[in-house]
Design a binder for this molecule. Sequence first.
Ligand SMILES: [Zn+2]
Length: 65
Amino acid sequence: MTIVFNEIDKINNSYERIKYHKLITCNFPKCTNNPQAHFYRLQELKERVAYQQEYIGCGTAISTP
Ligand SMILES: [Zn+2]
């Protein structure tokens, strides 16, 4: 049983690491201190660069008028 739980922990830990690599925290000043700050998907940011839209606004600013 212990071995099974250890294996499950290992899987969970590696999943956490994958998530961290793929999500970029918003670094706008109003988001850095916000525990509910949103994330940008890495793929989304790569697409922005590909289309030469290197400036990306704060996602929360877009959703609030
Ligand atoms: Zn933001």
